[in-house]
Design a protein around this ligand. Sequence first.
Ligand code: AKG
Ligand code: FE2
Length: 318
Amino acid sequence: MGTEGSSSLPVIDFSFSELRPGSPPWDLVKSQVGKAAAEFGCFQALFNKIPQDLRNAMNGAMEEMLQLPLETKRRNVSEKPYHGYLGSTSARSSIYEGLCIVEPSIYDMVENFTNVLWPEGNIKISKTVHLFSEPVLELGQIVRRMIVESLGVEKYLDEHINSTYNLLRVAKYEAPQTTEKKTGLMAHTDKNITSILYQNEVDGLEIQTKDGEWIPVKLSPDSFLIIIGESFNAWTNGRLYSPYHRVMLSGSKTRYSAAFFSVPKEGYIIKALEELVDEDHPLLYKPFDYSDYLNRRFADDGKIKSIPALKNYFGNGI
Ligand SMILES: O=C(O)CCC(=O)C(=O)O
Ligand SMILES: [Fe+2]
């Protein structure tokens, strides 16, 4: 699986031409994914389905969107917390900014987003974001299917896949112009199911292992980082790990990233699978409504910062 000693993250190759469920390569990759999700809650996925010119176009699109004037970016709004423009707060650094696109694999949804930023339209950006998102979201589905299969709970696969929607957040971390590392994004766990991260050539993401060690992530241009969120941890009753991660930057290069989040749908109740609760694995969290959790987090944003909030709100007392 490519782990080198204790201080590097698993690297898993998804670049097989025939990665069909049930095929020998599928079973091989599946066992690597299951292990990595349990031990690190995170792994690097090598994925050659996106040609270099599309990656370059995506890098250009991220730059173009995030270099727009502040008042333009602020038009990216949503009633839902964390679904629109994000500037700096006490939980995010002054070098961070993000824009959100709901369901980026649906062309009309991407166009709705670009029309807000460019009232005259921007077909080039819409097409790039849409074309880039499709294979990334396919990768996400492959990973989730493999995880569900590796836990032996296939009967919930359709329910699981249908319980989420996709949110893309493109972010900019302004070059700090320092030799010392500066915080770009504070340590946090993701609240959702899975996150798939892509970046321009500037590294900066760090992942914390179960032992508390921070590992800097070196992402090759054709790879993505998969992170397990708290909701996946809760649904699998702790079988999967949900790691803390942060962005630390130094130097003179601006970092751009695209995070594809699979998010539980409005009103979906996350309840640990009964097959995964037993004497050795007592119930970790009471069933919870994801939107309720997010709203509470949002209300507390800036106060509780990196405290593991899911346990605070819905922990089962263990
Ligand atoms: O920009 C990155 O690489 C990380 C973003 C992230 O962790 C998040 O938005 O939750
Ligand atoms: Fe995150």
